[in-house]
Design a binder for this molecule. Sequence first.
Ligand SMILES: C[S@@+](CC[C@H](N)C(=O)[O-])C[C@H]1O[C@@H](n2cnc3c(N)ncnc32)[C@H](O)[C@@H]1O
Length: 493
Amino acid sequence: MSNDVVRALELVTLDVAANAVGKTPHNIRDYIQRGRISKYNDKGEHITRAKNGELRVSLKEVKLFLDLVNQGIEKHHHAGLHPELGFHGLAEYKRTKHVHRLHPYLGKFIPQLVEWFLTRYFKEDDFILDPFMGSGTTLVQANENKVHALGVDISPFNCLIARVKTDKYNTTKARQEILDAERRTTLFSKQLQLRGEINNHPSDDAEIETTIAQLMEGCDSEYLRAWFAPRALLEMLYYRWIIPDYEYRDLLRILLSRAVRSSRLVPHYDLATPAQPLQPGQVYWCRKHSRHCTPIDNCITKIHAYSEDTARRIAEFESLRSDKQTFVVQGDSRNIDFQTILSNTNLAGRCFDGIFTSPPYVGQIDYHDQHIYAYELFGFPRQDELEIGPKKSGKSKQAQQNYVDGIAAVFRNVMPMLKPDAKIFVVANDKFNLYPDIARLSGLQIVERFHRAVTKRTEQGDDPYQETIFMLQRHNQFKYYSLQSLLRIPITA
Ligand SMILES: C[S@@+](CC[C@H](N)C(=O)[O-])C[C@H]1O[C@@H](n2cnc3c(N)ncnc32)[C@H](O)[C@@H]1O
């Protein structure tokens, strides 16, 4: 266990923990005995039995637990947090290891959570499905765990992120292409600066003037013109323009999109869900840096920041990946025809051994909108209206009912492709207690609930919350269900 992890856990004795949170050592011991908080030794290792003087608790975990108790989402005595699923000591760089940081994504889970379940419930060469794939965390982790995986997502851009993360590369060539695109854009950027682009002064250089005119002609997006400073806009349009010169175009698109996202005219503390753009050069009080800042005026700084980083990350994953297959499918999970999709692959005829997924939740995120800059830049078609539970539809009773129907329709569609004993894991912060209904409508039963505190998702604010991983299996009374599904007879509640 590294010193970093020990430090991150803030390991202390029971007395110190009790003092720090205004409880008695007896209270802290009680939380341990009831499985609310974990037991560690002084090296930060989980232990089941402590030798004399060895027992430590994580002060961070104790505070988090009491915070959740105060918020009413955790109790002192029952249905507690799973001691191993908090990942309290996990450093940020591990949660975003290799390709998981190729592009930001609001609402992704950490790979270690996927790994925990894959290791315990699946074996090598199994085949799993993620019908709400998002940025592909399940697929990447499944590949590392030597498990085949298929992911579906309605958002074309999310599919691009997932494909780029899971694609195989000649990493030397990919690196060369990334660095070449960076070099060419740097040259263009220098020309822009010489030209005094910031003040928009045309130069005598006919070639650069023609390039700029062509780039601006190719940009009919009001959004791009409003959310980027003039120089940033030209640099990103230039990068987009040269992408067709390379083999690994999607990789370059993701790199560019990441750079573009960080180059918007937004406050540094508000990259995830900015409401409106600042003006170029506008001074604002920055909550992130505790000083006055101005928004970024260029894109090349971010292209520099992410070029080497992208090359390194794909090379790192390349050295870890297995030969198992990953499939990325764009579409609506309520009606994907899995058999046809798999028919031309070497997994044709196979059923899924299980599912690991985190569906959207009612009224929380608009998944297309969070990457609006990428849709505007690349012109991908959007299918917002097919998102289940979008933020723009709110959280009303009707929205909840639509959500239940939508998620249940996905499970019913998948059912014919599931092995009879398939294990289904669904990660959800089920505030409205909708999953019992969803299970019933899908012919599934909830066989176990794992509760975990979430403190490690980036970009969802700092407030910890609790989420549940529902483990579901086919309901016994629905043993005949598979036949019904094969015949596509809709199940009624
Ligand atoms: C919570 S996110 C999944 C995040 C993912 N676990 C990750 O780590 O990146 C839910 C995803 O469901 C997708 N989604 C919403 N409605 C869908 C539908 N009808 N069919 C397929 N995917 C859908 C959204 O686009 C979103 O990417």
